[in-house]
Design a protein around this ligand. Sequence first.
Ligand SMILES: [Zn+2]
Ligand SMILES: [Zn+2]
Ligand SMILES: [Zn+2]
Length: 505
Amino acid sequence: MDNLWKKETARAEYVDIFASVQRSPLDGMLIELLKMQRTRKSNQQSTEWRSKGNELFGQGNWIEATNCYNKSLCYAEVGSENVALAYSNRSACLFHALILDEVLVDIELAKNANLPDRLIPKLEQRKKDTLNLMSMGERKEEFKPKLSYKADKNFPCMANVVAIKYNEEFGRHLVAKCDIPVGKTVLMEKDFLRFRDKPSVCYSCSQPCMNCMACPSCADVMFCSVDCMNNDQIHKLECSTFFPNRPLPDRFLIKTILFAITSFPDVNSLMQFVEDALLGKPETLPTSLNDPKSKYHFFFKLATSAPYIFGPSEAYKVYEVMMNLPKVTILFDSDRKKRFLMHLVMHHVLIHNTNSFGSEASTYVANVTSLINHSCAPNIISCFLRGNVIGVTGRPIRKGEQLFINYSKELDEMPSNERKAELKSRRGFDCKCEKCEPTRASIDPKLVTSDPCYKYVVKNQDNVQETAMIRKKCVEFLNKHGRSPWSLEIEMVFNVYANILGNIL
Ligand SMILES: [Zn+2]
Ligand SMILES: [Zn+2]
Ligand SMILES: [Zn+2]
């Protein structure tokens, strides 16, 4: 992207970065159509979702029933009986799933939402039953992951055994400050921004929550608390608009741009910040991640090297949607500001291409985790849990060594040359990892396959009853053999361990 952040020579204005994008009168019509298709509150739809929920509830499918009641809650017109019914029915699902603290929260929410008198005795009974079960200790303990070491002072998401370094070859990257054995949680980072098409996740803080409440104006946005609802400055800019009709990467990008806008008092300050940040050296970083401006600074300086998944024409569509959000249009009221927004959108598209993780239903960027480079023979397992990206050591790491994760597990089985070509075209780098370009002679597989831990893992890997023991054996094996040249056997145990962590952590 040669002309990114280039200014016109005659004027102090950024060039029209979308000049080459074919525009057609249809684009405008499409936007109008999207606006018309905006999802709105509707008690009819709310009732339909509740009926679906009741059907699933009858079948004992608490999770799916909860999802339907959440939908019912989203569509329910503010102040209507449908709101209270959704909370009340959801509390019944939670009761059966033994998520007891949350049952009590939903009962209160239902009572405060004009619950019809006829339902009050039923709810009071449920409250009694819940308190009874609680007194008998019937509740599911929630597992809370934590770092295995003290947190770094400036970047608390990172254990103090890891440091951020910079060099020409790798850019910013993470390095071990001491020897770290297998099975240690060295990163636990709340994503910078995430977008998830799942119910039971707060739109604002992205924490999973069983007691979500619906945005009073939108039929597809939920919050975990009144605080999140009232303090979400980002959603205030897009509330009551048609943005949920856009596909997921667009919505994620829109959210990142809105984050940028809300992190500064006005557009001029944001423009000044960008000019300063572009002048800074690539290794300069904010010294903490504690306020929105530093978080955005960190995000803005992430690598932008990957080739297009999203190109200028997709970026233009995002820009166009932004300019149709009334509260954003007011802010970008001059050509100078509009041109700036074009570049900002393109810059975010490049960051997204290079650093985002996720699937069709979920996209996220985590600031510090994004600094970890790729290796097809990684030493860190990353998984997503309760709104956090977790990094656990999967091979012993020595002091001074770099941390690596595998960005593209799905390429594991490919022959080296094909995998390298694929990584180059998708991610824009030549992989020189020890699996792609081995520098050490491979060892006799028997040295590994004769290990009792290896034998145990091979034999039991699909036995869910033995998860705890398999996990123990994996750690023991990887601590012993994890520093040998990468081999199919090590990869197998590494992947078994990674799967267990993904499910258990
Ligand atoms: Zn929240
Ligand atoms: Zn809203
Ligand atoms: Zn590789």
